[in-house]
Design a protein around this ligand. Sequence first.
Ligand SMILES: Nc1ncnc2c1ncn2[C@@H]1O[C@H](COP(=O)(O)OP(=O)(O)OP(=O)(O)O)[C@@H](O)[C@H]1O
Length: 685
Amino acid sequence: MMTTTTKTITQALKIHFGFDNFRSKIQEDVVKAVVKGDKDVFVCMPTGAGKSLCYQLPAVLAPGISLVISPLIALIQDQVDHLKSLNIPVCSINSKLPAGERRLIFADLGSSSPKLKLLYVTPEMVASPSFKPCLTDLCTRGLLSYLVVDEAHCVSQWGHDFRPDYLKLGKLRARMPGVPCLALTATAPKNVQEDIVLSLTLRTPLSFVTPVFRSNLHYDVIFRELLPNPFVHLHAFIQQSLALDSGSKGQGCGIVYCRTRDSCESVAHQLTKLGVSAKPYHAGLKTGDRTESQNEWMQGKVLVIVATISFGMGVDKANVRFVVHWNFAKSLASYYQESGRAGRDGLPSSCRIYYSAKDKEQLNFLIRKEISRKQGKRGSAKETDKATITDFDAMVAYCVQEACRHTTISKFFGNKAPNCAGACDFCRNPKLVRAQLEKGSSLSTNTKAQSSQPSGPFGFLQGFYEGGKKGYGFERFDEGEEDAEGGEDDGSARKKEFGNLYKKQMTMRKGMTVRQEGFVPPDDDCQLRDASSQKIPRLTVKAREHCLSLLQEAVYGHQRADDMFNDTVSVAVNIEHEVFKKSRSSNLYKAAILKRVSEFKRTGPGGKSDDGKADSSDSTDNLSSSSFTEKLPGFTSASELHSMKRKRIRCGQHPPALPKKDRTGEEPGGGVRGGVVPDLLLISL
Ligand SMILES: Nc1ncnc2c1ncn2[C@@H]1O[C@H](COP(=O)(O)OP(=O)(O)OP(=O)(O)O)[C@@H](O)[C@H]1O
């Protein structure tokens, strides 16, 4: 037990970390309790609350070495770099360490008075035969000051990031009975907290648990499928969050999380096209490119990083003004942690989900299939399987409930409802949230009504799955990702296999059409009706989708105040489908679509009358769609959309470069080249 005075602690806080004060009373209390060293300590504090200091400061003051267990090498590296920049003797032993450095570290650890203060290792390393003797030696010589378990929720099978190797830490703990243990996490509901204490055999620990509520974060949910152009909407949100339109500099940065590598690429591309500097970050990139993206974002050269969830763990950037989830998170606990990367400096920041029912359905499918696979492997069901589904359901409920978002999160973690005070969309304007829900549910009803097949579990056609079983597949939900170090994964081949299976099933589900050579099938989130139909020769899905987006823009621009809650997406989908059904050739189809588009534009409030003047209904006296945007911050104004209109190009001129993904060799206009279709068709198609 140590008798370090408060003065010594505050001096060390200033000297080693450069802070005049503790960030909070609880941070100070934890540090003092750890420094005292007579008890194990459990800390559950929100993301960004300053948990690292709770063990780093005591470690600096302690005479020996503190062993820190952390789940990821990348996370460890960030901590090590940070501490090295503060001149604190720290190192990490991991599989990637060059032999020479490794020898030096072991030499220091074996010396009579090691210089190292903190030693970071993964749970796998701590259990490895090469490390065990060193650890035993340190224990025997009484040189181990603390055992620190960071991200302690990984120890719990109820936790959203369970790591089987964390379970072995209980045994490790038993081998060092006299060493105080400190477990820290940001995301632990009651059952996970209990599991941590049990698994790590913490002895009557001092618990410091603070509510998860962070008043500086504004949470909201936007239904992506209701948006005429989600990218324009995202762009507007980013502009607002970073105050780009006010010309302010040093305004911070943001993260957009996507589930797949492809969506990272396409969202980053779209944002760049709209004028925001954005870069993708995912495991499919070369390490150098990934590091470059991260560095440029850290330095503020790139404002938005569009990443899979592999990005962010350990990234301590204070001025993240927004975290967007373009795709659904796999659980509410993960969502809390990922969104919590916003506003670590305590300033107002936004956390937004672009919810999509299809996206949810897809993730549901993946999660349940994965559970089924695990159950098949172990031959039995587990309570934790249920917990995974409960956590996912909580995520769904968060999006589709009429309730305060902060309250939903707080209750999930076993806290009381906080005083949100308008820090979520529901508390700001419940009517708008309700309107969006109603629109969303009518959209999903329409989509369901279109299917002539009875749905199987979770909306899928049961007979379509291999063997007709209720198997769901997919072991990780950030598909296409490299595995986290030591994660419980069986390899990428199976991932790919499930990916292909999933795509195949979705295609079958959409159209039951046998694929013809050369026909590129619709993506999983394609909104078209009869998307897989190849009834019109040479008409591609891409061309149809493009027509649909033109229709959507036109329908949206056509809306008047009294029909602003009309479902523009469904209207456009139905018109496109009607035209598709009636047309016999690709050219006739396109001409019919353009005719409908120009009709809408001519007659709508945002359109022009025949004499070329703005329609009188566009006057500021009327409730235009831009004032609607202010009222319902889930929707993009028609004017924003019209400013996105494609540039007029003439026959013989090259169209603007297509995004990489579109360069398939296939003509966007369905294989029709300039000269065959009139000029007007090339403008838009
Ligand atoms: N006493 C303090 N005064 C000022 N800033 C502090 C203090 N303690 C910590 N910080 C800063 O707060 C930020 C968040 O700290 P830290 O990374 O430890 O949070 P955390 O609780 O571990 O979050 P997460 O769970 O997301 O990893 C860091 O930038 C850190 O430097």
